[in-house]
Design a binder for this molecule. Sequence first.
Ligand SMILES: C[S@@+](CC[C@H](N)C(=O)[O-])C[C@H]1O[C@@H](n2cnc3c(N)ncnc32)[C@H](O)[C@@H]1O
Length: 506
Amino acid sequence: MDLEHQTMEMFLRWAAELGLSDSIDSSRSLDSCLGHSLSVADFPLAGGRGLGAVRELRKGELVLKVPRNALLTTESMVAKDQKLRDAINLHGSISSTQRLGVCLLYEMSKGKKSFWYPYLVHLPRDYDLSSTFGEFEKQALQVEDAVWAAEKAIAKSQSEWKEAVTLMKVLDLKPKFQSLQAWLWASATISSRTLHIPWDSAGCLCPVGDLFNYDAPGDDLNTSEGPELVIQTSSPKPVSTTHHECRNNAEEAGHVVETQSERLTDGGFDEDANAYCLYARRNYQLGEQVLLCYGTYTNLELLEHYGFMLEENSNDKVFIPLETSLYSLASSWPKDSLYIHQDGKPSFALVSTLRLWLIPQNQRDKTAMRLVYAGSQISVKNEILVMKWMSDKCGRVLRDLPTSLLEDTVLLQDIKNLQDPEVCLKQKETEAFGSEVRAFLDVNHLWDLINGDVIGLSGKAVEFSRKTNRIISKWRLSVQWRLRYKRTLVDCISYCNEKMNHLSST
Ligand SMILES: C[S@@+](CC[C@H](N)C(=O)[O-])C[C@H]1O[C@@H](n2cnc3c(N)ncnc32)[C@H](O)[C@@H]1O
C-alpha cells in the first residue's frame, strides 16, 4: 500500500474517532468514517480526488455528518492554543478570512503536533486559482475583463498578505510560513474549500466534507424522482469566500425535507445535530461520483474562486465590450445582465437593449417601449438589425483577439502533449510549436530541457519539475478559458445568422 493510501486510511480512522460518519447508524465501526455511503476515489475527468457512491443513494439522503469538534475554524483552533488566542485578541483588525488564513498557517507550522495533522496532510500542495497566476498565464487569458479580474485577484491576495504579516510575526511563524507563497496557498485553501457556517463569515474547513467535487446548479434538475430539498438561502449567491449556505431547520426524519425553493447547496451546519450535514442532491448509482453544488458561478468566477472551469456550464456568461451609449440606454437592466449565454444565445436584457438602441430616437415611442419591456420584437426590420449587429460585433471581438479559435485548439493540444509524460517530444514536433509555446518555453527557460532530450536521443519523454508542471496547468486553464469564450462567440454568430435568415424568409 503506498504512503498516500496509508495516510488516507489513517485520516479516515481519525475522522471516525471524532464522530464523522457517512451513516446514520451510530454503532458503526471506528476503522473508517466512510464505507456505508461514500468512498474516496479518483475522478480524472471531474475534479480528480472526490467521493463516490458505494451504494445507490436517494436524493435528499444524509450522506455525511461532520461534528462541530472536527471542523477547522478560527474559533476551534484558537480554543486549543493559548498563544494563538492571545495573538488574535491583540490583532483583531484584519478580516475574519485573513484571521482564518493566519490560523491555518500557524496550524500547518505545528506539523505532526497539530490536532488536525491527519487532515492537513491531505490538503492539496498547490492551487490553480487565478490569484496564483504569473504574468504569462494571466496574459494568456487574452480577454481584457478576464486579465483585469486576474490582476485584481493577485493584487488583493498581496495586499491581504501584507496586512496579515504583522500577526504572523507576533506568532513568530517560520519565514516559509510567513511568505507570500504560503499566504497564496492558505488563501486558495480557504477560497476553494471552506463551507458556510453561521458564526464566522470566513467559514470552516470541513474534513472529508471538502472532498466533494462541484456540480453546477441546474444541471441535476431532471435526474431524480426523489423529493426536493428545501435550502434556506440567505442570498442567491454567496458573497463570502464560503460557498455553502445554511440548510437550517433540516428535518432529520428521513433526512429529507419537502419541495421547491432555490436549491443552490446541498447541506449546512445543523444546530440541533451540532454537526455539518451533507445530503445527496440527486439519486446516485453505485460508483458514481457524488457531487456538491458550491453555488452559481461563471467560468471566470470558478477560475477565480476554485481554480477550475467547466466546458459545459449553464451558468457561464460571456461579456463583450459594448458602446457607452448602449449601457446608458440599458439603465433598466443592470450592466451584468448584458451578456451571451454559453450556448451562444444573447441574454434577454442584451437583446431588449439592442432592440431599443437600434431604432431611431424619434421612433422610441410608448408602443416600442412596451414591446421591448414585454420581451417582444419591435419589427422584423429591427430584429434583423439586432441580429446583424450582434453577429458583426462578435466577429469583430474575435478578430481583435490575438489568436483564433483554431490556433487555440492546436495550442491546447500542444500544451497537453507537453504535459503528457507518455508523449515523447520529437524534434520535428517542437519545430512546429507556435509562437505562444515558444514564448512560454523562453520565459520559463525550458529550451535546454527540451533540446537536451531531443538531441540527446534518449527516447524518453521530457520530464518537467513539479513547479513547471504547475505553471503549465495554469497556462492550460487560461487557454481553455479563452477557447471556451471564443466558442461562445462563434455560436452566437451562428445563432444570429440563423435568426436573420429565418426573419428574412418570413
Ligand atoms: C472542495 S475541493 C474538492 C476536492 C478536491 N478534488 C480534492 O482533491 O481535495 C474543490 C476543488 O476540487 C476541484 N474541483 C471540484 N470540482 C471540480 C470539477 N467539476 N472539475 C474540475 N475540478 C474540480 C477544484 O480544484 C476545486 O478547487
